[in-house]
Design a binder for this molecule. Structure first.
Ligand SMILES: Cc1cc2nc3c(=O)[nH]c(=O)nc-3n(C[C@H](O)[C@H](O)[C@H](O)COP(=O)(O)OP(=O)(O)OC[C@H]3O[C@@H](n4cnc5c(N)ncnc54)[C@H](O)[C@@H]3O)c2cc1C
Length: 426
């Protein structure tokens, strides 16, 4: 099977790219020329994984089927996990698809391409910490659902225990760790509303951060505001604390032992080890080295989003964020559609940092917006910041569904929440 453009990874960046190219090529050509590959059958916007973990978002309602998205946006989709690349022959190989019992449903396949885009995302970075298997990760929807199911079980246990408490330690106070802390407390508050006083239990959250402040990658003012909000919610925040080892129910840290019923590892980012075996140049985080045109070390192979180390200002690389993946999708759509018309686009990719927004639960957020009116940097907080944060998700949906369907979907979800409640409890 051959396609002019194969995009592997249908996340924040890859899916937007496939949708843009498919729509540009139209019904007649898009499906024949553009193929999207993902190891999952449905798409969920990764910045919402902490909500899936807390149960404030239902992955089954939120997830959008790639097959339906492909039909609407005129590209082809196949499910499969990339396991090999032959850059010379311009082929990729996908693992066989297996059923829950391990039986083979679709055999391993080799596809050929004219141009390939790798948009494989990233996971967290365990930094070689021993005992990482004792922690929950939040790398994909399966991880988030697993945490959610176990969190519900642990909550049920806590409500019948003599201590009436549940402790969760979250390692890493970047956006994921901070947002997960706030979301879990919000979910816990909703859960308590449905429990009698004898069943109620305390939720103790400890956020452990190796750096000297939370949200270390964001401006200090955002860290300070987020810190105030978390402390108001009684989250125990330990900065400057290095985790040395994880054991069942305990973290060994530079500040001593911390006991926890559940441990979540939300520190650092690292792309898949398998990336380094594809024969392309990679860095120590397994990200593909790309130039300012998002070209990897092999001709006609591009990489974008979290899995790409793209040069930026002051010797840094473009940060692993949804807005970077979105901007790179827009850029590559222009580059690739020009190439399909046998033209060349010479302008390099220029990342524009538009600021950051962090959700702090209870309809509150905090963040900064950059490069807006007169190029100034605005600080936003409270409900406005939360609305802006939610609008980013809507903008992603708009890029893959169009305006009308995004509005319909948002209204449908609001109505669903009114009927079924905000928290997924099953
Ligand atoms: C909890 C959480 C909160 C976040 N909050 C924010 C935020 O507020 N703002 C922000 O800017 N960023 C946030 N991020 C980061 C943001 O989600 C990522 O930067 C963004 O999703 C990167 O997009 P991507 O397309 O590179 O990768 P992803 O969105 O991760 O997509 C990668 C895709 O590749 C697929 N894939 C992976 N390997 C293979 C393979 N071998 N074969 C086939 N398919 C494969 C995956 O299934 C996935 O669909 C958050 C991340 C997390 C985890």
């Amino acid at each position: 099977m051959h396609f002019d453009i194969v995009i592997v990874g249908g996340g924040a960046g890859g899916l937007e790219l496939a949708a843009r190219l498919g729509r540009q090529l139209g019904r007649a050509q898009g499906r024949e020329r553009v193929l999207l590959v993902d190891k999952f059958p449905f798409h969920i916007w990764k910045p919402t994984l902490h909500e899936v973990a807390a149960g404030t978002l239902d992955a089954h309602q939120e997830g959008l089927s790639y097959t339906v998205l492909a039909r609407r946006n005129h590209f082809s989709f196949t499910m499969g996990e990339l396991c090999a690349l032959d850059a010379q022959r311009k082929t990729i190989t996908l693992e066989a698809i297996r059923g829950t019992g391990g039986e083979e449903i679709v055999p391993s396949r080799t596809l050929s391409f004219q141009r390939l885009v790798l948009a494989l995302g990233s996971g967290s970075n365990a930094f070689g910490t021993p005992g990482i298997a004792h922690a929950y990760l939040l790398e994909n929807v399966r991880d988030a659902q697993r945490f959610h199911a176990d969190w519900l079980s642990a909550s049920a246990r806590a409500s019948f225990s003599s201590e009436h408490s549940l402790s969760i330690a979250i390692v890493g106070a970047g956006a994921t760790g901070v947002e997960l802390s706030a979301e879990l407390l919000e979910a816990h508050a909703v859960l308590l509303e449905s429990l009698g006083s004898a069943q109620r239990f305390r939720l103790d959250i400890t956020l452990v951060e190796g750096g000297d402040r939370i949200l270390g990658g964001l401006p200090p003012r955002i860290s300070e505001q987020a810190m105030v909000a978390l402390q108001r919610k009684q989250v125990r925040v330990l900065t400057g604390t290095r985790v040395q080892e994880l054991r069942k129910g305990v973290l060994l840290t530079s500040a001593g032992e911390i006991g926890a019923d559940m441990i979540v590892w939300a520190a650092g980012i690292k792309a898949a080890d398998a990336n380094a075996r594809l024969g392309l140049e990679t860095n120590r985080l397994n990200q593909f080295a790309v130039d300012a045109h998002l070209r990897t070390s092999a001709p006609d192979i591009y990489a974008m989003g979290d899995c790409a180390a793209c040069p930026w200002e002051d010797g840094k690389t473009v940060p692993a964020r949804a807005q970077a993946a979105h901007q790179q999708a827009t850029y590559l759509a222009q580059v690739l559609s020009a190439l399909l018309r046998e033209r060349a686009m010479t302008a390099p990719f220029a990342y524009q940092d538009l600021g950051s927004l962090v959700s702090l639960g209870d309809n509150k957020g905090v963040g900064n917006l950059m490069g807006g009116l007169a190029g100034r940097n605005f600080f936003v907080e409270g409900l406005i910041a939360k609305w802006m944060y939610m609008s980013l998700h809507l903008m992603h949906h708009r890029a893959i569904l169009g305006t009308g369907k995004t509005v319909l979907l948002a209204v449908a979800r609001l109505l669903q929440q009114r009927v079924s409640g905000r928290l997924k409890l099953h």
